[in-house]
Design a protein around this ligand. Sequence first.
Ligand SMILES: C[S@@+](CC[C@H](N)C(=O)[O-])C[C@H]1O[C@@H](n2cnc3c(N)ncnc32)[C@H](O)[C@@H]1O
Length: 229
Amino acid sequence: MEPKSDNLNRDDLSAPSPDPWEAAYLRFETPKQEIQKFVARLRKLGAAQWPRNTEIVELFCGRGNGLNALERLGFTHIEGVDLSPRLITQYRGSAKCFVGDCRQLPFADRSKDMLIVQGGLHHLPALPEDLEEAFSEMQRVLRKDGRAVFVEPWLTPFLKFVHAVSENPLARRLSNKMDALATMNQFERRTYEQWLTRPDLIRKLARTYFSPVHESFEWGKWNFVGHPR
Ligand SMILES: C[S@@+](CC[C@H](N)C(=O)[O-])C[C@H]1O[C@@H](n2cnc3c(N)ncnc32)[C@H](O)[C@@H]1O
């Protein structure tokens, strides 16, 4: 599960990413734009009411913009986990970050108050097996009154419209963002489509491991908050 971000060799990891998905992800949004988006999203999910010393782990944290958003909102006990050392090494902030697989978390049973995933579950290669593993790990790590928070893509009419636009060659030429989105979709197509086409399975599994306190669908996203069962 180690190394922590502190131990990573930044010289090896600072070169442009050779992974085409990562390269497109890095040009889709600037860190500033993504942090602003996450701050607004967390506020909508009720972050103002969460105690500032809540022990929070951002799973699939990538380059840590979700962690930066949590810091900006004043949370003081935050950690991150992501599979990519290259993305984690780009994080600048006070959270402790772990390179690791979210299907096998480096935390003790019942040790965290909140686990947040923003756009990570749809990267898991095998449904339902990997999702069950990830949910089961989250259930193990969360305290009884803890909360799992998921924000993932969902095939709403808005998302269908975005897909149609992003696949249009003219839109791709005119908008760097649309081109980056289409490139990301192309490289994650298998897991992304698998995720988008199994909504009933995903919602059923989420309810197997977590009892929902909030669920909404908007702007192409599924927002789910639940306590571990
Ligand atoms: C869309 S990014 C999430 C971005 C993140 N919210 C941020 O602030 O940068 C998805 C992330 O999932 C990570 N990932 C994919 N499979 C994973 C796994 N099994 N365990 C942990 N991280 C994983 C990728 O490395 C990538 O950083």
